[in-house]
Structures are given as C-alpha cells and as structure tokens.
Design a protein around this ligand. Structure first.
Ligand code: FEO
Length: 409
C-alpha cells in the first residue's frame, strides 16, 4: 500500500491487486489498483476502502502517521459502493476503531447488514445531502445508480473540487509511485487509456445509459480533481477522463471507430484458412483490426476490442448442428453487455449441414443486438479460391460500410 497527497487535506491510500480474475471472471494482465481517500477537516472521513490488504492495522497506522492523521480521528467511513472490492474493508477497519459512523445510500443498507453484520450508526445520504467535516470542508453526495451497482453514490469535496466517484472514471492497471496524471508521460497516460477501455468494456459497459446520466448529473459541479476507486487520479486534466467516458458510453450503440474485431474459432484449421485474407483485406482498406481466437482469448480481451469497433467479423465452424460453442458463449456475453448496432459479416464452415446461422439469429434476437450483416460466406470442408475471393469482396464492402457509418455519426 502507498499513501500520497491528492490536494490539501485529501490523501490517497492505494494498493495493487494482480494475479486474480477480477469479479472472479475477468483477467487483468496488468493488474488493478484499489484506491481509498482520507478527507481531513476538523473531523476526518475515509472514502471507500481497500480490500484484501493484510497490513491492518500496523502498516496503516504507519501510513496515517506519515500524513498526520490519528487513526481514532476517523469518524466517518463513506461507502460509495457496496461491491466488496471497496466495502470489504469494513471488517478490517473495525480493528482501528469500532464506533465509526457509516455514510452510505439507502439502497446500500440491507446489503451492508448482510455482508458485514454492522451495528454501527448508519447515516443515509442521497442527492443534495451534505456532511460538514468542519474547517470549511463539506462533502456533498450524488446518487449515481448502476455505476456500477444500483446503490452507488459519488462524494464531492466542495472545498477542493475533488470528485470521488468510486467505479466511475476508473481504469485497470497497477500503479507505481506516480499515481497522478500530472506525473505521467504521454505514453503512460496512453497505457491507462487502454486499461480504462478494457475496464469500461468488462465492468461498466452494460450500464452505459446510467453512465451518461451520472456524467450529466456531475457536469454542473466545479470539478477540479477526479479521484476514482480504481486507476490514476486526474488533477491536471480531469476533463480528459470525462470526455473518454462520454465516448465509451456512446460506443454501446455505435458507430464507434474505424475498427473491426475479428472473432474466430477453428477445429481443424479450415476456418483458420480465411483469417489472413480477412485481416489483410480490412487493413488494406484502412481499417484497424483486432483479431481474437476463441476459446483461447478471454472474453475480456474480446470485449475491450469490440467496444470501440464499428465492425465485427465472425468466423467459425458448425458444431453438433449449431454454432462452435465458444463463439456462441462469447456472443451471448456481448449481448449481455449490449454491444449494439455493429456492421457485421459471418464466415462459416460446415461438414454435413449448417446450423450456426440459426443460433446466431437467436442470440441477436434474444439480446436485441441489431447488427447489420452482409451475406455470409459458408463452405463445406475447406475454403476454395472462389470462397476466398468472395470473402475479400465482402471485407471490402464491410470496410466501406464502416467508414460510411463513422463518417455519418
Ligand atoms: Fe470496483 Fe463495482 O466495484
């Protein structure tokens, strides 16, 4: 864990988590940071927690000593969000002080009791409520439901203009000594931008409409610093991460960028024979291509690519009269995340009969994905030169359709 100063009277406590599946599901090859904030007035508040840290209380006491905060002076623990990566610290915090007041939303209260069996005072806050810490420091609260659970609130320090929105404006990626945008090079910022879209696509994507509402609600605030629960703190240019999140939310319904995500699976190398043609033709037509093989690549990788892609190519064999199962699984997940309105093209190989198209249609309808498909190219066994020529033509058409859609947005 490390501690640093965000601004006068606000401190960031953070730890990195690596080598886990985030939410038990998503690979995080570059790790993730869990951030907590201490806000100091005459009274002191801890905003969100840092779970999975076994240095409580000794190491924490040393950290607090560094920043001149007496552990027993922490009167309030503000729980913006009940997901245990942030709230799971409450048990540990009891080792520091038992009689703290929990500040959270009304919707959080039942889960708070279920998860932690709390007997502490709970101060329920919602839109427009404030908490005066003294010394001119007033925290204001805003409900931002479904960013990322229904109970979520954001905390705004009116004295410094620091917004602490928990999951919103967050990113994956472990953080070293430099945790602030004003301490990072352009290359490092680009790294966290990539990690932000992976995080958004994996964790927040399904709630893009609530994200837009949350941004609209926070827009009138005089925000000078954005200090999220994951990722770097934005104090030089907080508008950048706001603009990025506006863009990410817009990707749900598309059009997105001049990019295609190729998702492919192959049993014996026949479908695989089409992939080089697909990638080459799209790139020659000015399209950036992300290619993922299933089941080898994770859903997280596929989602991170497809979220910014206006186009999709699906290439897979038929399997037991249906679609190659890992392709069906990843498409179902794309439907749950509401990846909508993509320009698409399917390539299929079969041995004895088709069946993939029927299942594809079912998935598209079930999730109302509204993808626009070019006519599929299917072949029995392996593709011939004629099939590859047809695939080239379709990919050129797909590239044009994507450019037209992006130009018209
Ligand atoms: Fe970082 Fe929804 O928890």
């Amino acid at each position: 864990m490390n501690v640093s100063t965000v601004t006068d009277g606000i401190f960031r406590l953070s730890t990195n988590v690596e080598n886990i599946l985030f939410e038990g599901l998503w690979p995080i090859p570059n790790g993730v940071s869990l951030n907590s904030y201490i806000v100091k007035g005459e009274k002191t508040a801890l905003i969100d927690g840092v779970c999975g840290w076994d240095g409580v209380p000794e190491e924490l006491f040393a950290m607090l000593d560094k920043i001149g905060v007496a552990p027993e002076s922490i009167d309030y623990v503000v729980v913006n969000h009940m997901e245990p990566d942030h709230s799971g610290w409450i048990e540990d915090f009891k080792k520091i002080r038992e009689d703290f007041t929990i500040v959270t939303s009304k919707k959080a209260v039942p889960l708070m009791k279920s998860f932690f069996d709390v007997t502490n005072d709970i101060m329920v806050v919602g839109d427009g409520d404030t908490l005066d810490l003294g010394d001119g420091r007033v925290l204001a609260f805003a409900e931002i439901p479904n960013v990322h659970w229904p109970e979520t609130i954001a905390t705004f320090d009116t004295k410094s203009g620091t917004l602490m929105p928990c999951d919103a404006f967050g990113s994956f990626g472990s953080i070293g000594e430099a945790a602030y945008d004003d301490q990072l090079s352009e290359e490092q910022i680009a790294f966290f931008e990539n990690e932000a879209i992976r995080y958004y696509a994996n964790i927040v994507a399904a709630f893009s409409l609530p994200v837009q509402k949350a941004i609209a609600k926070c827009a009138p605030l005089p925000i000078k610093i954005i200090a999220p629960g994951h990722g770097i703190v934005w104090r030089k240019n907080p508008q950048k991460i706001i603009d990025d999140y506006i863009r990410y939310a817009s990707y749900q319904k598309g059009p997105c960028e001049n990019e295609v995500t190729v998702i492919w699976g192959s049993m014996y190398g026949n479908t695989e024979q089409t992939i080089n043609t697909v990638v080459r033709e799209l790139e020659q037509n000015g399209i950036k291509v992300h290619a993922h093989r299933v089941p080898e690549d994770s859903w997280g990788d596929v989602l991170a690519s497809i979220w910014s892609s206006t186009g999709v190519v699906l290439a897979m064999p038929t399997y037991e009269y249906k679609m190659f199962p890992p392709m069906a699984a990843v498409l179902d997940e794309l439907g749950r995340k509401k990846v909508l309105n993509r320009q698409a093209f399917r390539i299929g190989s079969f041995g004895w009969s088709g069946g993939a198209q029927k299942e594809l249609d079912e998935i598209m309808q079930r999730h109302r994905m509204n993808w626009s498909f070019l006519e599929s190219v299917e072949f029995q066994g392996k593709p011939t030169e004629e099939h590859l020529t047809l695939i080239k033509e379709r990919c050129a058409q797909l590239a044009q359709n994507i450019k037209d859609a992006v130009a018209a947005k």
